[in-house]
Design a protein around this ligand. Structure first.
Ligand SMILES: [Zn+2]
Ligand SMILES: [Zn+2]
Length: 288
């Protein structure tokens, strides 16, 4: 038997769990709403994801899962209803987003409600496998300096990987394990492709030899030194200031934007250039 103190703790816990599930369901409804209104655009965020993280303070993981479920629920009415009626939690719903459609909704909702999580994951994996889809790659930190990376790659990609392994092994005069090969391949790629690395190497050189040159009607290519100093200054990250005062900071899909357009006499000099991510760049130019 529970003591009265224990029994009170138990009731509190059950009551709060109920409220948690309730608020989870209404949060999802609200997310469907703000997502369909595209509030992120109006508020100058780069995406609904960024809006949720920066404006609402949700974690990356929670946001990613909620968005995935919200977008599916917006399309599959039965899924939306099941969550609203709290037959499914958002976490469980997330497990079936890759397979559920309007046609098979009843079947997958029933499975999600009755099967153990392991069993459900296996059935979803099987259903996905039948369509020949790859499982999403996963990177999970498992220590201070260690990440468990798991992914499925095509045979042709694996062939390239093996070939790189051969070359790297030859170079090292000993067998290069796959992780060592990956490290070498990434290092090589970044050395040649990363504008930040190029900027680090070149920023010492004079940057703007051609800044005084008049702008010709045919836009001349921007001097590499200018690009390098913009990358070094902006650290390769979007500089858009968000409504919460933080900078966007995205390093994916970045552009260099002219603050004063070239067509209005804007110069190709670092002072007139700013790093923006694609969504924020598009907003600057006013087309959606
Ligand atoms: Zn621009
Ligand atoms: Zn941005």
């Amino acid at each position: 038997m529970l003591t009265s103190k224990e029994s009170a703790a138990h009731s509190r816990f059950i009551e709060r769990s109920r409220r948690y599930r309730e608020s989870e369901a209404s949060l999802l409804e609200s997310l469907i709403e703000v997502d369909s209104l595209q509030l992120w655009r109006k508020m100058k965020y780069s995406s609904t994801f960024q809006y949720c993280v920066k404006e609402a303070g949700l974690s990356d993981d929670v946001t990613a899962n909620f968005i995935r479920v919200a977008r599916k629920a917006a399309k599959v009415r039965a899924l939306r209803d099941a969550i609203a009626k709290r037959e499914l939690s958002v976490t469980i719903a997330r497990k079936i987003t890759s397979v559920i459609t309007n046609e098979n909704a009843a079947e997958w909702i029933a499975k999600a409600r009755t099967l153990t999580q392991k069993r459900l994951e296996r059935e979803v994996a099987e259903a996905n496998g039948k369509e020949g889809k790859k499982r999403r790659a996963k990177a999970r930190p498992i220590g201070r300096n260690l990440v468990d990376l798991s992914m499925q790659i095509d045979e042709s990609t694996m062939e390239k990987f093996r070939r790189a392994q051969e070359l790297h092994s030859q170079c090292q005069k000993k067998l290069s394990e796959l992780d060592e090969t990956l490290e070498a391949v990434l290092e090589f790629y970044l050395k040649h492709k990363d504008p930040l690395r190029k900027a680090e190497r070149n920023v010492a050189k004079p940057a703007n030899r051609s800044q005084d040159r008049p702008i010709k009607p045919k836009r001349p290519p921007r001097p590499a030194g200018v690009t390098h100093s913009v990358h070094a200054r902006d650290e390769g990250a979007c500089q858009e200031v968000l409504p919460n005062g933080e900078r966007c900071g995205s390093r994916m899909w970045i552009d260099i934007h002219h603050i004063v357009p070239v067509s209005e006499g804007g110069l190709d000099i670092p002072e007139n250039l700013i790093t923006l991510c694609k969504p924020h760049h598009r907003m600057q130019h006013g087309h959606h």
